[in-house]
Ligand binder design. Structure first.
Ligand code: NAD
Length: 279
């Protein structure tokens, strides 16, 4: 049986990169998945492709801009209406503006847009997930509510200075880490867990469009302990570890570190960054 059987997940930024790989992986592991993205055509196409490959689960796509609270709420409501409950909320959508590459020149409108999507989008995702997860039933055998697992995508840049500066982006991701810790404490007794994932530099459009010349990419590669960019699937597998129930168990960590699923994690917990922040 899949590791996510009988679970329902909502993933934002699911038309590309980490979100897309996670949607495929979660559906293959038995979860019903609602893919959410601002790119309507891409998210619908992605969802119908995954749905064809995973006939035993429901896979749907919907357009939402995580920078608008009403869109986030509507997406969560859709997941609950379609699947009956929400177990996993993966607040993953994020942007890195090409003009956010010079600290002194970052314009206020780019700062605001970055915060709107990367920080407020995650806040609203957490808020509406909490409201939905509060209705999940109590596990009678344990007398506990397995409320759910909320995963927020931060970044390695929240833990160290990056070779190419992205000021607003880095600030937004640092705030995601702090907010996630705070929410984890406040909602622990409700059985709703919050974890951040800090991906390292990945070969996805977000970073490759930012490092848009061979020279910029090579300059970044020199700093990577593994000498390569990570793949989105390697972060998706990190997110799978954070599923409800299992991740509370100590055994789980050793399974995680032993398996190929941790192929881009070294010397870290949920930092899926190829060791970058330890060097
Ligand atoms: P990606 O560009 O491949 O995918 C991002 C997706 O988010 C796209 O499909 C895009 O349409 C969607 N999106 C953008 N704005 C949105 C909005 N307002 N509402 C809904 N969807 C929106 O990027 P990725 O590399 O998979 O990035 C996913 C997350 O990982 C982001 O939060 C990013 O900051 C983070 N991250 C990426 C890297 C990297 O090197 N690629 C490193 C660390 C962290």
């Amino acid at each position: 049986p899949g590791r996510l059987q009988h679970k329902s997940a909502l993933i934002t930024g699911a038309a590309s990169g980490i979100g897309l790989e996670s949607a495929i992986l979660f559906a293959l592991e038995g979860a019903n998945v609602l893919l959410v993205d601002i790119n309507e055509k891409a998210v619908e196409e992605a969802a119908s492709k995954i749905a064809k490959k995973t006939p035993n689960v429901k896979v749907l796509g919907t357009k939402a801009d995580v920078g608008k609270e009403e869109d986030v709420k509507a997406a969560v409501d859709k997941a609950v209406a379609e699947f009956g409950r929400l177990d996993i909320m993966f607040n993953n959508a994020g942007i890195m503006h090409p003009a956010d590459d010079n600290a002194l020149n970052t314009e206020e409108k780019i700062w605001d847009l970055t915060m709107q999507v990367n920080l407020k989008g995650v806040w609203w995702g957490c808020k509406h997930a909490i409201l939905a997860m509060r209705s999940n039933p109590i596990d009678e055998s344990k007398g506990l509510r397995v409320g759910g697992s909320v995963i927020n995508t931060a970044s390695f840049v929240a833990l160290m200075g990056a070779a190419t500066p992205q000021l607003a982006y880095t600030a937004s991701k640092g705030a995601v880490l702090a907010m996630t810790r705070e929410l984890a404490m406040v909602h622990a007794r409700e059985g709703i867990r919050f974890n951040s994932i800090c991906p390292g530099p990945l070969k996805t459009p977000l970073l490759m469009d930012f490092l848009n010349t061979l020279e910029k990419r090579e300059r970044r590669l020199v700093h990577l302990p593994m000498g390569r960019f990570g793949e989105a699937i390697e972060v998706a597998k990190g997110a799978l570890f954070l599923r409800p129930e299992t991740c509370a168990e100590t055994l789980f960590m050793s399974v995680l570190v032993a398996s190929d699923d941790s192929s881009y994690m070294t010397g870290t917990d949920f930092k899926v960054e190829g060791g970058l922040t330890s060097c």
